[in-house]
Design a protein around this ligand. Sequence first.
Ligand SMILES: Nc1ncnc2c1ncn2[C@@H]1O[C@H](COP(=O)(O)OP(=O)(O)OP(=O)(O)O)[C@@H](O)[C@H]1O
Length: 261
Amino acid sequence: MTTAVAEPGTGGGGGTAVAARAERVTKAYGEGDTRVLALDEVSVEIARGAFTAIMGPSGSGKSTLMHCLAGLDSVTAGRVWIGETELTGLREKQLTQLRRDNVGFIFQAFNLLPTLNAIENITLPMDIAGRKPDQKWLDHVISTVGLADRLSHRPSELSGGQQQRVAVARALASKPQIMFGDEPTGNLDSRAGAEILGFLRRSVDELGQTVVMVTHDPVAAAYADRVVFLADGRIVDEMADPTADKVLDRMRGFDSQGRTS
Ligand SMILES: Nc1ncnc2c1ncn2[C@@H]1O[C@H](COP(=O)(O)OP(=O)(O)OP(=O)(O)O)[C@@H](O)[C@H]1O
């Protein structure tokens, strides 16, 4: 017998904890001669409570896959779920609400508001949504990312690494079901980048979060539990427990084979 009550978002059937899922997702941009197939029937499951990296050559569809999984972009064909909610078919208003309540985002550009201090930036999405942050969780997040003594600083008074820590805390503040990062360390030097990756790792290990990160960097991918490799809009490989060397080897393999299908 299966239990009648499922945890929110633990995925249907089979009992595996799936935080997000794409089923035969195709995404095409443009029409006719200028049509580009950015994703070609991609199916993938993102495990809950794990750190997944998406890698692949430039133009292979990494950002498009992330945007489709996160409900930031519509699909041409196929279906997408976050937890048990199917995104494909939702109206824009429902999608906005689902993203706001269940998804955290970290981008390459920190996207902080310059007139607000760190804590105001962190709680802004919840303030806009009219939700009260869970203070205990918020304190835990702030101490995890090491911002406790910087909360009254404005972005201009913070280093790039500290600004991205604010962005990480903002993404975590609402206890999202899933966090997406698109090259979150792309604007940081390697030390600040390593710090942010360490915080993402800790948010998985210590806070039970689910993280999906697009990256070009094998060193960044090595922080993940699993790497999914894309080429020409298709998933061509994946790797559990990656190391930077293993990832680099695999990437070289793709390069020497040229187009992989
Ligand atoms: N809005 C758009 N309009 C038209 N084509 C697009 C659009 N967005 C992406 N593409 C095309 O879709 C393909 C996949 O793009 P995507 O940005 O997902 O790749 P990527 O792997 O993230 O690349 P990079 O590593 O260079 O950021 C590319 O050929 C790109 O030119």
